[in-house]
Design a protein around this ligand. Structure first.
Ligand SMILES: Cc1ncc(COP(=O)(O)O)c(C=O)c1O
Length: 448
């Protein structure tokens, strides 16, 4: 009879947590050394693995407070009368390794400006990652174009580049790869396909400050890259956003459009308002906060990365826990969230909801990531609207509905578990708490 071979995962699946801790050289702190009561899950009244606080976010310093007062007292609150925004743009472009940066009111407005300037028009189709914050869809709908979803690879949490081409037709004008959670998309493949089909690439890097793909910053790899500086972000200013790009003329058009269509650079004042536009401007106060936040962004990014890699090494062998894989060519994630997948089969078939409840109760704040938003009301509302019925044939809208099934994305939406970025600003000791809490739940999986 042939010898039965077990994979490492199968061996671990049949091993108790105490033995598992030894097997993977784990400091099973707080459980192994504690009494029986400590083994009881916190949701069942046991003592939580952790009661301590996590780092707060956002944080700021006296410099920001002084800067805000200075702008306030100057009365120069908008970009037309003060230079703080231009100063920030220069710094941010340098940080990203881009030729130009245009600051905007938000990440959503950055994406809207980019779509307009790169020629996305009513009746066009734009390919987009479905696993994202809803703004990535909304900007396409607001441009009166069709957001065509490219299924997600659950392993990477990102647009599956091998599913792009099947969604392209003669109305497709652009691709929005989303570097969700700061995980860089396989941009070599995206750009290769875009070149072949003459499509524009707008990177939604709204969660990807300092993430890198082949040692280049996310946001510098497509035609334009868009960022968000909303309160929860790694470079926060309450609200705010930016577009970065290397093409002088395109960036001039971004500037003109974001400033109500006024002339700028190569967009000449043939008439007072030579192009269409909108007010998408940043305020001076935002720029002051951003310049102060820039002082810590690199250091914070290193801490998050170090802790994320450490956490990967701690949880990767727990049965049913699958850390996220970086896409081919991605060499650094920004970890706006730390994501992994939960396989309920290894946890006595307990639904993810139970796992999340148990982990939160152990003192580890977590959430289940994004839902299957491609099925949310906004899509049907748009498709049923007067405008979309005018812009797209009945046959096209029928086919869109038919093709709006994304098995990879659906799977991920059921399996994802995420930690917020501030958790990663902690230390290795606290990462051990996370790993210990997951292991404790695994050990008690029959009681979930
Ligand atoms: C992936 C993604 N795209 C776009 C946005 C929109 O940015 P904002 O909230 O600054 O408008 C966000 C913000 O959370 C985001 O996470």
């Amino acid at each position: 009879m042939g010898k039965r071979m077990f994979t490492r995962r199968q061996v671990i699946a049949t091993t108790s947590a105490g033995a598992l801790a030894t097997l993977i050289n784990w400091p099973y702190r707080g459980i192994a050394i504690a009494g029986q009561d400590h083994k009881k899950l916190a949701i069942q009244g046991g003592e939580p693995v952790r009661t301590g606080a996590w780092p707060k976010w956002p944080v700021w310093d006296q410099g920001a407070e002084n800067g805000i007062i200075e702008v306030l007292r100057s009365g120069k609150w908008w970009r037309g009368s003060g230079g703080k925004i231009a100063e920030f743009e220069k710094q941010y472009a340098e940080l990203m390794g881009a030729k130009h940066c245009l600051a905007t009111a938000s990440g959503t407005t950055a994406l809207l400006v980019a779509l307009h300037v790169l020629g996305v028009d009513a009746g066009d189709e734009v390919l987009v990652s479905p696993y994202t914050f809803i703004a990535s869809y909304n900007v396409i709908l607001l441009s009166k174009a069709l957001p065509v979803f490219v299924d997600t690879d659950p392993e990477t949490f990102l647009m599956d580049p091998e599913k792009i081409e099947e969604r392209i037709n003669d109305r497709t004008t652009a691709i929005i790869p989303v570097h969700i959670f700061g995980l860089p998309v396989n941009m070599d493949r995206v750009n290769e396909i875009a070149r072949k089909h003459n499509l524009k690439v707008i990177e939604d890097a709204c969660q990807a400050w300092l993430a890198e793909y082949r040692n280049q910053k996310a946001g510098t790899l497509g035609d334009l890259g868009c960022f968000s500086f909303q309160n929860s972000k790694h470079l926060p200013a309450g609200e705010g956003g930016a577009i970065i790009g290397d093409d002088d003329e395109i960036m001039d058009r971004c500037h003109a459009f974001h400033n109500c269509g006024r002339a700028y650079g190569s967009v000449k004042a043939t008439t007072p308002y030579p192009t269409r536009g909108s007010n998408r401007r940043m305020q001076q106060f935002q720029a002051v906060i951003l310049m102060s936040q820039m002082k810590r962004i690199k250091k914070d990014a290193d801490v998050r990365l170090e802790n994320a890699l450490y956490l990967n090494s701690k949880i990767k062998d727990i049965p049913g826990i699958i850390p996220c894989k970086l896409a081919d060519g991605a060499n650094r994630s920004a970890y706006h969230c730390y994501p992994f997948r939960y396989k309920k089969e290894y946890f006595n078939n307990s639904p993810r909801r139970k796992f999340l409840e148990a982990l939160n109760a152990e003192g580890i704040p977590c959430w289940g990531g994004y839902g299957p938003q491609n099925k949310y009301g906004l899509i049907q509302e748009a498709l049923n609207s007067k405008g979309y019925k005018r812009l797209f044939t009945e046959e096209r809208l029928r086919r869109f509905r038919e093709e709006n099934h994304l098995p990879g994305n659906d799977q991920l939406c059921k399996e994802a578990v995420c930690f917020f970025q501030n958790v990663l600003l902690s230390n290795k000791h606290d990462m051990d708490d996370i790993a210990n809490a997951i292991l404790k739940i695994y050990e008690n999986r029959d009681k979930l």
